[in-house]
Design a protein around this ligand. Structure first.
Ligand SMILES: Cc1ncc(COP(=O)(O)O)c(C=O)c1O
Length: 361
């Protein structure tokens, strides 16, 4: 007997999410040190002193369960965005929330739509619940909202839009998004995944759309610009009824106490965010200038990463970079066999990548 015969069909067909290669794994495999990891769009600045002291303080209480309602963090988020706390759902990373949304709303005979080159978790959660994925063709590596509109059917329950998009970094202005959202049927939910929103323009006003469009859910995370990827905390902002449903199916303590404490402090640490953004802009310029010298170009990105056309097999370039101690991300699994994605690191890390890429090519 195989356990695959016992499992759900939609589960046996799943290809697991492939995370960026951890530094320790590469050290073990190749016996090399001084490795640079630019593979998971993390914040290279490390945690701020404020976050570190919040963690030290919170660690004294780890014998206790966390606040299962995340009251303090939800209140801080609600206040920041001018919403009510009953519009906030916390997750173990925004990944958790994305999955909760699919589980709460989509049944196997319904459709979930997302764009070609969209974030890998959308097809994963769709397949895990046995629903049908409808993939809209991309335009210039980004969302083609026109194409997406024409694919909406009465079976479309959920539409995922990442803005900026991962892995391509493409970005849609809020007014274009609004025009799209306005003509999506009320019974179709739209998830606007803004994992990288803090890297873009300062005054993104997508939150205001929540008032007008009850079928809109905005997800954000502390993993990227707030620098807390290892703690796993993200959230959804939505209509209160949607939040209520998501909160019914989440695990009672899905966000741990250290994550809750750190996120609350990080949310008010404006200096860290400003530094992060400045650092990201400088690193982006450094990488683009270096790529230009190598005769390469990247897809214009509003995130903390760029996806580079290496004009060669991206998996091979990735493997050769590994041997030089530089971990990037191949994106052939996204249908981009000649690209690699590189996260913006510290200045010397970016330089290591450029030098290594120059050698490889
Ligand atoms: C577009 C997008 N959404 C969501 C996530 C999930 O991030 P997390 O679960 O760390 O909040 C990521 C992470 O890479 C992402 O790129």
């Amino acid at each position: 007997m195989s356990f695959c015969d016992l499992a759900l069909d939609c589960v046996t067909k799943l290809q697991p999410y492939v995370p960026g290669k951890p530094i320790e794994e590469l050290e073990r495999e190749l016996g090399i040190s001084d490795i640079v990891k630019l593979a998971s769009n993390e914040n290279p600045l490390g945690p701020s002193d404020k976050v570190l002291s919040a963690l030290a303080e919170a660690s004294k209480e780890v014998t206790r369960y966390p606040d299962g309602n995340g009251f303090a963090l939800k209140s801080a988020l609600a206040e920041k965005y001018g919403l009510n706390t009953d519009q906030v759902t916390l997750g173990n990373g925004s990944n958790d929330v994305l999955e909760l949304i699919a589980r709460a709303f989509v049944s196997p005979d319904e459709e979930v739509m997302f764009s070609q080159y969209a974030f890998a978790v959308y097809p994963l959660v769709t397949q895990a619940i046995g629903a049908k994925a409808v993939i809209a063709p991309a335009r210039d590596y980004g969302h083609d909202l026109q194409a997406m509109s024409t694919l909406i059917s009465e079976k479309t329950k959920l539409i995922f839009i990442a803005n900026p998009n991962n892995p391509t970094g493409t970005y849609l202005p809020v007014n274009e998004l609004e025009a799209f959202i306005a003509q999506v049927p009320a019974q179709t939910l739209i998830v606007l995944d803004e994992a990288y929103v803090e890297y873009g323009e300062q005054d993104v006003d997508s939150i205001r759309l929540l008032k007008q469009y009850p079928n809109l859910i905005i997800t954000r995370t502390f993993s990227k610009a707030y620098g807390l990827a290892g703690l796993r905390v993200g959230y959804a902002l939505s209509h209160p009824e949607v939040a209520d449903l998501l909160n019914r199916i989440r695990q009672p303590f899905n966000v741990n106490s250290l994550a809750l404490a750190a996120a609350k402090v990080a949310l008010t640490d404006d200096d860290y965010l400003v530094k992060t953004k400045q650092h990201n802009d400088a690193g982006m310029s450094q990488l683009l200038a270096g790529l230009d010298i190598l005769g390469l170009s990247a897809i214009p990105s509003k995130g903390n990463f760029i996806t580079v056309d290496v004009k060669r097999n991206g998996e091979e370039v990735f493997a050769e970079l590994l041997h030089l101690g530089v971990i990037v991300r191949p994106v052939s699994n996204y249908g981009l066999p000649k690209h690699i994605r590189v996260s913006i690191g510290l200045e010397h890390e970016n330089q290591r990548f450029l030098d290594a890429l120059g050698k490889v090519l």
